[in-house]
Design a protein around this ligand. Structure first.
Ligand code: GYE
Length: 329
């Protein structure tokens, strides 16, 4: 265990030192941002590599920067806010032209965002929101409507059980504590199912958006609750971990326990097509192209919308079978 933790810490430090010396991507642009030539330098502070969604998002950002001719400085915060703050500070020091980041949690960003503002470096929020009251601290927020995603999950459930009066026992695997998707997916779901008292959330805990934690927490849920009807997992990865726990307990995922997840990454869609998941709410990680467009505008000082919402759909098992082969992530 200790070995694993120290490996993670080491990986985090490496990621940060790469960010702070401006290398890692073969570019030598440190200190040249903010004027001089026309090339835009973006500092991007990523959350981590916790899920299939995140891996696809990172790839999208890196590939889109390349095709947009934007020099990218990239750092991975290993799901830790302090690492993200350090990375952003190093981007400020390096005088990049624009900073983009996906805030791991919603709170606690005002000081570092003020530092960026004072240094006149525009900030774009991608994927996740912050709860700062002062919205002048960032130029725009590009990402999904997570409350809407939670509502879609709830609406499917309400429809499934519309002809039954029996109690429906639900367990919930939440995303990272304090993150916008965990807060909002919980709230949206609750709002919809809360209208009918037969829906009961009997256990709800974080699985940190990872497969390993999803499995571990689901094992604990199964031990203390013999009558689980439904699992609502805030992402595919936790749902996939939970499937292993359910099978390990001798139950059939998708039948004995119905499963709803969010994201629609390939592994999730495969499990949906195989009948192990029942419904997936899509959340697109392919934010790179829009992010680069917004960055170019913001650097030129052009007006951009304060909020850009990603378009998304939902998938049933039948729909998953049809689109699986053409899924991009
Ligand atoms: O759903 C989850 C990831 O912020 C939308 O983060 C993102 C979430 C995504 O780890 O899989």
């Amino acid at each position: 265990m200790f070995k694993r933790i120290s490996a993670l810490v080491l990986a985090g430090l490496t990621a940060l030192s790469v960010a702070s010396c401006g290398g890692g991507d073969g570019t030598t642009s440190a200190g040249t941002g903010g004027g001089g030539d026309d090339t835009i330098t973006m500092g991007f502070a990523q959350v981590g590599a916790e899920s299939g969604w995140r891996t696809a998002n990172t790839k999208s950002v890196q590939e889109s920067a390349k095709s947009a001719g934007i020099t990218l400085k990239f750092s991975d915060a290993q799901q830790k806010q302090e690492n993200q703050i350090k990375a952003i500070r190093s981007y400020i020091q390096q005088k990049v032209d624009v900073i983009a980041f996906s805030p791991v949690v919603e709170s606690g960003w005002d000081p570092v965002l003020n530092e960026a503002k004072n240094a006149k470096i525009p900030v774009i929020l991608t994927d996740r929101a912050v709860d700062s009251k002062d919205t002048s601290l960032y130029k725009t927020f590009l990402g999904s409507d997570f409350v809407e995603e939670g509502k879609k999950a709830g609406q499917w459930l309400v429809e499934q059980y519309k002809d039954s009066q029996d109690t429906v026992n639900i367990v919930e695997l939440q995303g990272t504590t304090g993150s916008a998707p965990a807060n909002d997916r919980k709230a949206g779901f609750q709002e919809v199912i809360g209208a009918d008292p037969k829906f009961k959330i009997i256990a709800s805990q974080t699985g940190d958006f990872t497969r390993a934690k999803g499995k571990e927490v689901m094992e604990a849920f199964l031990k203390s609750n013999p009558d689980i009807d439904v699992l609502y997992a805030h992402n595919d990865d936790m749902g996939l971990g939970a499937i292993e726990a359910i099978e390990g307990a001798g139950k059939v995922p998708g039948k004995d326990i119905k499963i709803i997840t969010v994201d629609a990454v390939k592994d999730g869609m495969q499990a949906l097509a195989d009948g192990k998941i029942n419904f997936i709410v899509e959340c697109s990680p392919l934010l790179g192209p829009q992010l680069m467009d917004l960055a170019k505008k913001v650097v030129k000082g052009e007006q951009v919308p304060a909020r850009v919402v990603t378009e998304e759909t939902t998938f049933t098992q039948e729909q998953a079978k049809q689109v699986l082969s053409s899924r991009q992530y």
